[in-house]
Design a binder for this molecule. Structure first.
Ligand code: BTN
Length: 240
């Protein structure tokens, strides 16, 4: 389904794929060796040093936009779990974590962005997987890389194809199947989470996700909250 385009460097593969979408491209996987302005969720930057990771964006027209982050998280989780000696989990909404001794560290971040062009909805699903441990100082405590967990390293190109093939398979699953598989791999499930929305902070227990992939949290006074991924970040004290 996806045609591959490899480039040496770009500011952000998400922005580049979007530009190409506006110019008429579709079903395209863009892989760059380096990003000079890699973007993360919530306006953060994503460290994208040359040769250090897989930086890939998938451009397509989704059948169900709300399921794309779930399909993306499941594809990366399943591919990395096949290679890793250590358990691989999803942290809601779509960070991928690997168990490192007594804690869990992030190996992949995913940023899904949608746009409309000539009345058609497109999504750019950006996937950044840390392959080697050339991290900036501030990330060393919370990030890990695939090389530390496998003897079966791949080039970014091959790994990108494997993730894209897995993604294509997940595109054909029903919503119920996707939600069931996702919850089985969700590290937050039944754990206490802190939901941070600007200056506001709410603590509760994660009871799962709803039909739209939103996080369900029950606070200590018994209120059930639905958390949308747009503006919040969450912390699970047992992970880091
Ligand atoms: C996050 O962890 O907050 C999401 C990180 C997403 C990074 C990927 S790398 C490929 C694509 N291009 C970007 O600029 N961002 C995504």
């Amino acid at each position: 389904m996806f045609r591959f385009l490899s480039i040496d460097h770009v500011s952000s593969t998400n922005d580049y794929a979007r530009q190409l979408g506006i110019q008429g491209e579709n079903n395209l996987a863009v892989i760059a060796e380096q990003q000079t302005k890699g973007k993360g969720r919530l306006g953060r930057s994503f460290s994208s040093r040359k040769g250090n990771g897989l930086y890939m964006s998938l451009l397509f027209q989704p059948k169900d936009l709300s399921m794309v982050p779930i399909q993306a998280a499941l594809s990366v989780q399943s591919v990395l779990a096949e290679k890793s000696r250590d358990p691989v989990w999803i942290k809601w909404p779509n960070d991928i974590l690997v168990q490192c001794k007594d804690r869990f560290k992030k190996v992949c971040g995913i940023l899904c962005e949608s746009f409309t062009d000539k009345d058609k909805i497109y999504v750019v699903c950006g996937i950044g997987i840390n392959l080697f441990a050339d991290f900036p100082e501030e990330l060393r405590e919370i990030a890990t890389c695939l090389a530390e967990h496998t003897d079966r390293m791949q080039t970014p190109q091959i790994l990108g194809r494997e993730v894209t093939e897995a993604f294509t398979r997940f595109l054909s699953l029903s919503r119920d199947e996707l939600l069931e598989r996702y919850q089985k791999r969700l590290k937050n499930l039944n754990h206490e989470v802190r939901v941070l929305k600007g200056a506001e902070e709410i603590t509760g227990r994660c009871t799962g996700i709803n039909q739209n992939g939103e996080l369900l949290v029950v606070t200590s006074d018994g209120r059930e909250m639905t958390v949308h991924s747009g503006e919040v970040s969450i912390r699970d004290n047992e992970m880091y």
